[in-house]
Write a protein that binds this ligand. Structure first.
Ligand SMILES: Cc1cc2nc3c(=O)[nH]c(=O)nc-3n(C[C@H](O)[C@H](O)[C@H](O)COP(=O)(O)O)c2cc1C
Length: 257
């Protein structure tokens, strides 16, 4: 079973390639996380598979996103105990592998390895996204390494991370990052907003509502960049940091915005 979380489409892209090779079912964590927040009657999620579980997600500050880690901790996995992690990243995954291995140890799951692939940077609150053409090149170049990792996962062989850095101070940095940076106060809609509600429907944490036709953020943000990147009018800004920057978003059909 391939379970993916995505903000701007890269991890869905990687997960689809993996599932095509392994023949596994593809499950979107975004929908399930959102459902759990909006419906108090949703019970603990339970997944059963006789094949390894494969988690695909972006890298957030050299680790699995906290929402993904929490989802794994809150869910029940039965059948196969083997678990793989496949991260998409803009440049590197730091100590994500060590952290994912520790998570598996705590949950008594068998860590089969973490690997990653470099895809277009989406974090326009801090960095810049590549040009349309550069992003197309990166998406094309990523297919072969994703497929090779998927073949190893299909054979239940170990995988290793070409973009990791063991010994990276991921833990301390990650805590500071969530405490100081991951906030939604700087998001706002400009006059270009037409109140279409795409940001509302895409937010995996159900953190956005329309008030008088304009989006409002409610403090439960994980900085996935879905709202700002997918807005059809480019009408969302992150303070001054996003002004004039290209938005990167890859649709489920594999097309860049
Ligand atoms: C909050 C946040 C933190 C990020 N941290 C990292 C990082 O530590 N290392 C890295 O290489 N890329 C980092 N990125 C870039 C994303 O991991 C990368 O663009 C990823 O492919 C986006 O996946 P998605 O389109 O599935 O959301 C970060 C992006 C965001 C939004």
């Amino acid at each position: 079973m391939v379970l993916y979380f995505t903000g701007t489409g890269n991890s869905r892209y990687a997960a689809s390639i993996i599932a095509r090779i392994t023949g596994d079912e593809l499950v979107c964590m975004n929908d399930l996380i959102r459902q759990r927040i909006t419906d108090p009657y949703v019970a603990q999620y339970a997944f059963d598979s006789d094949r390894p579980f494969i988690f695909v997600s972006p890298t957030y500050c050299w680790r699995l996103p906290r929402v993904v880690e929490q989802f794994i901790r809150d869910s029940r996995f039965t059948g196969c105990r083997k678990v793989y992690f496949y991260l998409t990243c803009g440049s590197g995954t730091g100590d994500a592998a060590r952290h994912a291995e520790e998570l598996c140890r705590q949950l008594e799951l068998e860590f089969m390895g973490l690997s990653s692939v470099i895809l277009p940077e989406n974090y326009i609150a801090l960095f810049s996204a590549p040009s349309f053409d550069d992003a197309q090149g990166m998406l094309r170049a990523a297919v072969a390494p994703i497929e090779s990792a998927a073949r190893l996962m299909q054979l239940e062989k170990p995988i290793e991370d070409p973009n990791g850095r063991s010994g990276a101070a991921g833990g301390k940095l990650n805590s500071l990052f969530y405490k100081l940076v991951v906030k939604d106060k700087k998001f706002s809609a400009t006059d270009a907003c037409v109140g279409c509600g795409r940001c509302v429907s895409l937010c995996p944490l159900a953190n956005i509502s329309l008030e008088n036709g304009q989006p409002q953020w409610h403090g439960r943000c994980t900085h996935c960049m879905a709202c700002i990147a997918a807005c059809p009018e480019d009408a969302i800004e992150y303070g001054g940091a996003s002004r004039g920057k290209r938005r990167y978003y890859l649709s489920a059909a594999g097309r860049q915005k």
